[in-house]
Write a protein that binds this ligand. Structure first.
Ligand code: C5P
Length: 310
C-alpha cells in the first residue's frame, strides 16, 4: 500500500516550518571511544526558518529553493530524505514523497540547517501519512538522524547532553536580538571536532557542565547576563581552521554588539545585541565591512518544528 492511500482526508501536501539554532553554550568533553564528544550544549532556536513541504510522488525526490540552494545535496544523504526513509521503514511503507525545501537557513554554517530539514521532513511525513507518531518516537528518529536534529523538533531553548541529543527543555524569560554573519563557504563539523581534538592533545579535557549563570540569564531574560555567559569550546578550533573569522567577530563588537561568538562549529558568527535597533546597526556594519557574505537579523527564542500548511 502507498502511505496515506485510501485514508479519509488524505493530504495533498504538508508544510512544516523549522527554525535555525545558535548554541549559547557549547561545552565539549574529550573524544569518546565512538568518536563523538560528550557535550553540555545549550541550544537556542532563532527566527530564521526553512520550510519543508512533502507531497505524494512516484518515488523519493528532493528539490530545494533559496539563495544557498545550489549547496544543498539533493540525494539520499540529505537528512530530509533519510528522515522520510527511517519513518517509512518503521511503518513498513515506501517513502514515496517529493520533498521541497524552501531554504532560508545558511548552509553548512553551524546553524543546524540540515538538521532542521531532517526534523521538518519527519514531522511533515508523519502528518502526510497519518501516522500520528508520539513525540518520543519522533525524537528517537531525530536522534538517529543526528545530534542536533532533536532540538530542531523541540525549538525554543534546551540543554543537550550526551552527544547533544538528550534534551531538557529550558525556560526562557524574555526575547533576545541576534545578528548572524554568514561566511563564504562552509566548515565541516567533523573537521572542527578533529581540530578541537588536535588543539587539546595531551590535555585533560574537563567534563562538560552547563553554566548556572547562563541558564539563569535565559530564565530571567537578562540580555547583559546572557552576553557575559556566552561560550563555545569549538571556537578556537573554528578560528584555527578559518582565522579570518576573528575579523568578523571584531567588526560586530566594534559596531555595538554586547557579545560575539562562533555559532556551533561555524563558520557563521553570532552577535547578541541589546535591542532590534542595535541589531540592525551591527548587521549593516558587518555587511559593509566585507568580512562576511551577508548578515541576518533574527529574534529568539523561536518555536520548534510546526505544521504551517496542509
Ligand atoms: O551527529 P552529527 O551527524 O551531527 O555529527 C556530525 C559529526 O560531528 C560527527 O561525525 C562527529 O565527528 C562530530 N560530533 C562529535 N560530537 C558530538 C556531535 C558531533 O564529535 N557530540
Amino acid at each position: 500500500m502507498s502511505a496515506g492511500e485510501g485514508r479519509e482526508g488524505a493530504r495533498e501536501s504538508v508544510t512544516v516550518r523549522v527554525p535555525a539554532k545558535v548554541n549559547v553554550q557549547l561545552a565539549v568533553g574529550g573524544a569518546r571511544p565512538d568518536g563523538f564528544h560528550d557535550l553540555a550544549n545549550v541550544f537556542l532556536a532563532v527566527g530564521l526558518y526553512d520550510e519543508v513541504t512533502v507531497r505524494p510522488a512516484q518515488s523519493l525526490t528532493i528539490t530545494c529553493s533559496g539563495p544557498d540552494a545550489g549547496q544543498v545535496p539533493l540525494d539520499r544523504t540529505n537528512l530530509a530524505a533519510r528522515a522520510a526513509e527511517l519513518l517509512a521503514a518503521r511503518h513498513g511503507i515506501s517513502p514515496d514523497v517529493h520533498i521541497h525545501i524552501a531554504k532560508d537557513i545558511p548552509v553548512a554554517g553551524g546553524m543546524a540547517g540540515g538538521s532542521a530539514d531532517g526534523a521538518g521532513a519527519l514531522m511533515a511525513c508523519d502528518e502526510l501519512w497519518g501516522l500520528r507518531s508520539s513525540r518520543a518516537e519522533l525524537l528517537a528518529i531525530c536522534a538517529e538522524l543526528g545530534s542536533d536534529v532533536p532540538f530542531s523538533l523541540v525549538g525554543r531553548a534546551a540543554l543537550g547532553t550526551g552527544r547533544g541529543e538528550q534534551l531538557d527543555e529550558l525556560e526562557v524569560g524574555g526575547s533576545f536580538h541576534w545578528v548572524f554573519a554568514v561566511a563564504d563557504g562552509g566548515l565541516s563539523t567533523p573537521a572542527v571536532y578533529r581540530e578541537f581534538d588536535r588543539l587539546n592533545e595531551g590535555v585533560r579535557v574537563p567534563e562538560p557542565v552547563a553554566s548556572a549563570p547562563l541558564l539563569e540569564a535565559l530564565r530571567t531574560g537578562d540580555v547583559l547576563a546572557l552576553a557575559d555567559a556566552l561560550s563555545n569550546d569549538l571556537q578556537p578550533a573554528a578560528l584555527s581552521l578559518r582565522p579570518s573569522l576573528a575579523d568578523t567577530l571584531s567588526v560586530g563588537v566594534a559596531a555595538g554588539a554586547l557579545a560575539s561568538l562562533v555559532s556551533g562549529s561555524g563558520p557563521t558568527t553570532a552577535f547578541l545585541t541589546k535591542d532590534e535597533e542595535s541589531a540592525r546597526a551591527v548587521a549593516a556594519a558587518l555587511t559593509a565591512s566585507g568580512t562576511c557574505r551577508t548578515a541576518r537579523v533574527a529574534g529568539a527564542p523561536a518555536a520548534g518544528a510546526t505544521v504551517v500548511a496542509g
